[in-house]
Design a protein around this ligand. Structure first.
Ligand SMILES: [Zn+2]
Length: 81
């Protein structure tokens, strides 16, 4: 006798694939829900919740990231190069 429970008969390819596809669908749906995007209140660009806006540097209605200094540096390097 077998030690473990064994399947009574062979499973059709389609049955296995059907089961796997439902698993795949569920997992994909879960992962999709993990990332939640909202619109920025300042520039209405999509941004991650509880994160400062990468476009304008605003978070909860005030400037938290100074993006102007980065911009200036980029311009300077471009001119000198
Ligand atoms: Zn923004």
């Amino acid at each position: 006798m077998a030690k473990h429970p064994t399947p009574k008969r062979k499973l059709a390819k389609s049955a296995g694939r059907r089961r796997y596809s439902s698993f795949q669908y569920k997992t994909r749906k879960k992962l999709d829900n993990k990332v939640s995007l909202t619109k920025c209140t300042n520039c209405s660009e999509p941004r991650l919740t509880h994160h400062a806006c990468p476009n304008c540097g605003f978070y909860r209605g005030r400037q938290v990231l100074d993006l102007s200094s980065k911009l200036k540096k980029k311009i300077v390097t471009k001119v000198s190069a």
